[in-house]
Design a protein around this ligand. Structure first.
Ligand code: URA
Length: 242
């Protein structure tokens, strides 16, 4: 349970004194009834809310699938550069939705964001081995020997990568491949290709654990997860069903 004024502040609807004023003026209803007491106790999971007669989505826990376009930082905020959070309505920032892991600025594709800090942490925990699948374009031919090197576990400057799956899709002056890795170190995929002498020219994430990028989402578009997607992700994170 939560005080009504705190609920509205958490939704980013104003400062504490601003929302208290709105409530006292009768602008807010809870479950269809006007409430003028800011300390009124509500359940954000179950109560319905209106402001000036218009319904307000009061959910404080939300999970988002975003098709990250190139050119945006994966960060909650940045003083100079635009971030993925700029693609979402402000309420998602207000309630604390955060990216799960990072994609490089020039990487596109599936990015998960959630307000559930525990799920975020568990999906990234070393040893959890949530698979991530990427489509990569590289600057030269790829060979069966490269696929074997990925499968054996490449030695990088500061760690040995866990065995990864490299499926060569096209081979030529530039090549494309689908790569599945089981860990998520900084610049991991680019560094793995660099270890076999190739530079990644484009990188796109298709999958994160059981979650697959919805092809109906254009770059920059997003939607909330379905119940089924959320259930599967909770299993990836080895979390109890709530
Ligand atoms: N590996 C990379 O090198 N970059 C990404 O953005 C994701 C994985």
């Amino acid at each position: 349970m939560m005080r009504l004024d705190r609920w509205l502040v958490t939704l980013g609807m104003g400062s504490r004194s601003e929302v208290q004023r709105m409530i006292r003026r009768g602008a807010v209803t809870v479950d269809g009834l006007p409430v003028t007491d800011p300390s009124f106790s509500c359940s954000p999971d179950n109560c319905t809310l209106t402001l000036h007669g218009a319904p307000v989505d009061g959910r404080l826990v939300r999970h988002v699938m975003l098709h990250k376009p190139a050119g945006l930082l994966t960060a909650a905020r940045d003083r100079k550069q635009p971030t993925v959070m700029d693609l979402l309505p402000p309420v998602y920032v207000a309630i604390g939705c955060m990216p799960v892991g990072r994609l490089d600025k020039d990487t596109t594709g599936l990015l998960l964001l959630t307000c559930d800090g525990e799920m975020n942490h568990r999906l990234l925990a070393p040893g959890r081995h949530v698979d991530k699948t990427y489509l990569a374009e590289v600057d030269g031919p790829l060979t069966a020997a490269d696929a074997e090197a990925f499968a054996a576990g490449l030695t990088l400057s500061d760690f040995t990568a866990a065995p990864a799956h490299l499926e060569i899709l096209s081979c030529g002056e530039s090549s494309t491949a689908r790569v599945t890795v089981h860990e998520g170190k900084f610049h991991q995929v680019k560094r793995m290709f660099s270890a076999v002498g190739r530079e990644v020219t484009q990188l796109h994430r298709e999958r994160f654990g059981s979650l697959r990028l919805d092809e109906a989402l254009a770059p920059g578009a997003w939607r909330e997860l379905t119940e089924e997607e959320l259930r599967a992700l909770r299993q990836d994170a080895q979390m109890e069903e709530k």
